[in-house]
Design a protein around this ligand. Sequence first.
Ligand SMILES: Cc1cc2nc3c(=O)[nH]c(=O)nc-3n(C[C@H](O)[C@H](O)[C@H](O)COP(=O)(O)OP(=O)(O)OC[C@H]3O[C@@H](n4cnc5c(N)ncnc54)[C@H](O)[C@@H]3O)c2cc1C
Length: 420
Amino acid sequence: MNHSLPDEDAPIFAPDAFRLGDEEGALLAKVRLFGARVLAPRAAQHDRDATFPIGNFRDMHPEGLLGICIAKQHGGLGASYRTYCLAGAELGRYCGATALSWNMHVCSTLWTGALADDLEMSAADRAAHNANRAMHYRRIVEQGAIYSQPFSEGGAAAAGAVAFGTEARPVDGGFLVSGRKIFASLSGAADYYGILCTERAEGEQASRRNTLYLAVPANAPGVSVVGDWDPLGMRGTVSRTLLMQDVFVPESELLMPHGVYFRAATSWPHMFLTLSPTYMGLAQAAYDFTVAYLRGEAPGTPPVKRRMFPTKQIAVAEMHVMLEQTKALFFQVVSEARANPTREQVLRAYAAQYTVMENANALAAKAIRTCGGQSMLKSLPLERIYRDSRCGSLMLPWTAEICLDRLGREALYEPGEKDE
Ligand SMILES: Cc1cc2nc3c(=O)[nH]c(=O)nc-3n(C[C@H](O)[C@H](O)[C@H](O)COP(=O)(O)OP(=O)(O)OC[C@H]3O[C@@H](n4cnc5c(N)ncnc54)[C@H](O)[C@@H]3O)c2cc1C
């Protein structure tokens, strides 16, 4: 079935070629059109001013896109992990910062939804989780509430090495939360900050097993956003510093029951791959720009053709190969994601994350070298794509370095194996 609409960019993953379902293909076509019509015209200004694209999120609400991964029974679109990843890539083509921020929001529903359904929980935990998530989903579906995911603290916790320094002290009816999160995308824009913190009673040792995933209302007393935000790329994410000082958070704001986040992180590792779709989209955008520019068809440029030079043709051929390699690995990995993957699947996920993040920036760099000086003027999207794509390898917990670290170690050592 052909899902393409007139005046639309071709899908990154053509439904027929990649054997997508009809509903999946139709949703992706809708997302792509939304990206082209709503996100693209606003992207340059949010990048220039480093302002959060709140209008994009307001416009996503009536389209159902804030609830893309919320189950249909809760009023969402019921998209699967894979469908979400392909949708994130389509949005990333048009505005990296919106797609990346959207990822933070969507993950708060994907992780508490389809992913949590795969996790072992006691009957009591399951019942409490179902009640809590129904409340979170109502806020999103009915009121357009926006959630974010500030996990990073600047230490080793976001990489999964130690317990989070942000702590939740159990008190009557909930928790008192104190701590500091850096790079809190959507700071000042989100209605709820979906933080990771360590649940720790008086006198207890901090442990990663006691990680809590908790929604902190942005307007709760004790919450503040500080510092400026003037980075190289992904400027529209507005990832300032979030401070919490003795913030009372009711028990019902738990996004996962006690101890379940730790289980999720170990048994559903592909949950951390969800930062890559944005960059898959940026990789496609760098390639698309290059082809349009060399054909003399890039909007905002004179109709000068440069495609006849053999060096340009070789560069585009190399970019094409790299893009297809990236797409193939990405598609395989988002299609096979599941609970308790095999070791081979986990290694492939690291390889995919590494490939998408590194290749997005390599493609953007090559696009600028190939198209030339006029292509990197700020009046065109390529230099923004270049700067945004540079950020992909830095995203914890699966930075490019950490992916290589784990790939090397886990390929050479069986679980638990040591050298004498
Ligand atoms: C645009 C943008 C938006 C972001 N949005 C969010 C957000 O919404 N929420 C959020 O939680 N974070 C977010 N981050 C933060 C991101 O995940 C990092 O925490 C942030 O870039 C700061 O990390 P750092 O590179 O300074 O970390 P450092 O801890 O200084 O690490 C530097 C590098 O060392 C390596 N490294 C670190 N720890 C280990 C380890 N244990 N083992 C091996 N290698 C290691 C990694 O490769 C890492 O890149 C965002 C980052 C960017 C760039």
